[in-house]
Design a protein around this ligand. Structure first.
Ligand code: SF4
Length: 242
């Protein structure tokens, strides 16, 4: 099936919720990542709206994301690229920028995603971009997280399925606070662009795998997960009334 066949019924507005209750379930790249970790947690999230507790999380990266996006916006609508990435990426910033995309699977399920940035090349193809605040030096070569590859694949899939042909690549732009003797002059950021080939065709099978799990009864807990083991043990000490 052509990727854009199902994008015609894309909702104009953001869908209301992920819960079933007669409403469509909108899967996402992040949600499908949960399926890889534990199908039971994935099922609880989408079928019951029960999420794992978040714990204590730093919001510093969110703030940095906002600053970076504002900076990129200064160059939108021009032929100029932000100097921190010029020479490392091809094209111009998409203008106007479409952040959110939806793909309708059927009446019950869809897939959605939100891009950080998108480049448009002279040949009319689109390149998805994701900003990554990094706590380790991206200039040192390490194995790429599989989820980063899947994220760019998901964006390429959403672009293609919404009638935007992709360039076959995506960029991860890493921002890393560099060491400096002159901290009084501000924090220096090392900016590193990594380019990955994208595979939009890999995404639909992942979506279908997620739907298969959601259409079945709740899966067993992951045997490696310490939380469910803890809950089971603690449950032995909690009176039935509670
Ligand atoms: S085993 Fe239990 S707590 Fe752990 S991830 Fe799965 S459902 Fe969640």
């Amino acid at each position: 099936m052509p990727l854009n066949e199902n994008a015609k019924s894309v909702p104009a507005a953001k869908p209301a919720a992920n819960g079933r209750n007669g409403r469509k379930i909108w899967l996402s790249h992040t949600g499908l990542g949960g399926l890889d970790r534990c199908p039971r947690c994935f099922w609880l999230q989408y079928r019951q709206g029960i999420y794992q507790p978040e714990g204590i999380v730093s919001r510093l990266a969110n703030r940095f994301d906002v600053l970076v996006k504002h900076y990129f916006d200064r160059f939108r609508g021009t032929d100029e690229l932000p100097p921190i990435v010029a020479g490392h990426v091809e094209g111009r910033l998409e203008s106007p920028f479409q952040e959110e995309y939806f793909y309708r699977v059927d009446d019950q399920y869809g897939f959605k995603g939100k891009l950080d940035e998108c480049l448009v090349r002279a040949d009319g193809t689109y390149t998805p971009v994701d900003h990554k605040t990094s706590s380790s030096d991206p200039r040192i070569e390490r194995a790429m997280y599989a989820s980063y590859q899947e994220q760019l694949d998901a964006y390429a899939f959403l672009l293609e399925s919404n009638g935007k042909p992709t360039s076959g690549i995506g960029h991860l732009i890493y921002y890393y606070p560099d060491s400096t003797e002159d901290l009084h002059n501000g924090v220096q950021m090392a900016v590193v662009v990594k380019t990955l080939k994208t595979d939009p065709l890999s995404v639909l099978p992942r979506i279908k795998r997620g739907i298969t799990v959601l259409e079945q009864p709740i899966p067993d807990p992951s045997p490696e997960c310490v939380f469910c083991i803890w809950r089971e043990r603690v449950g032995n000490f909690i009176p039935a009334k509670l």
